[in-house]
Design a protein. Sequence first.
Length: 354
Amino acid sequence: MCTVPIYIHILNVGYPFLLQDVTATKGNEFEDYFLKRELLMGIYEKGFERPSPIQEESIPIALTGSDILARAKNGTGKTAAFCIPALEKIDQDNNAIQAVILVPTRELALQTSQVCKELGKHLEIQVMVTTGGTSLKDDIMRLYQPVHLLVGTPGRILDLAKRGICILRDCSILVMDEADKLLSPEFQPSIEQLIRFLPTNRQILMFSATFPVTVKDFKDRYLRKPYIINLMDELTLKGITQYYAFVEERQKVHCLNTLFSKLQINQSIIFCNSVNRVELLAKKITELGYSCFYIHAKMLQDHRNRVFHDFRNGACRNLVCTDLFTRGIDIQAVNVVINFDFPKNSETYLHRVS
């Protein structure tokens, strides 16, 4: 009988990287960057006291207009590292799209747009989110109203740009979050077409935890003398205790049941490698008497949104998912991540756990 591993990862409760990744700062303050008073109000009301290392490195460089290629772990303040300079540089009196943030998934688009809205709550900046799988007509109608910052997935934004509805001639900032995923064959052609709609003096900010060779090729072609930030000298996950158990495939559910009874779980995310495995495992967990949701790419978008929202708000303790849910999703109550199926490569492993 084949024996395979289950990996279990115990995260620091409340914030997975509450170690040197977020505390080893230079001692800067947000006031040091001469940000708008209204933006500073949003930053402090969101609970940010002082910049994390990735924010210290990124914000002042982004404010100069330089291109950036930044590598940092998820959970270290990466989203604010590009949202803050984007919001600062937007002229709220110019009713045009001035910044675009590209992300690979709808869930991450919703999360990122929410961060932008919270940080910019005292600015008169209109933030819009647009992704595939939602009403194109609604997006078209929304774009007839002022939009300053657009967050979305590449295919939908390109579609709107080709239709002449999404006007990007004033868009001076393009952010690519989870850049390695955005430069996969699924997205890269759309992104390269989208860049043609931007002005020649645009600024590109690229952020991710892993940078395969595709990122270097893209950087060499599209970024101009980029500032390189690397806060990941090695592929490690400080702040996470990692365990694995070797069990026969038919014993995996029993092993999972044992873990549920032994671990103190606030919320857990459990990864499988296929849609069928996700649904079957979620059914088994429910039959064992534990609250469980599941999410994958073949679900209707409204259903996905509802599951994501409810899990984030604590309506359920366990979530079974595919790698759809690995990219930048920040749910601070999650303190256990379980790889029920073995990840396909080290990058997938890193993104699942972080």
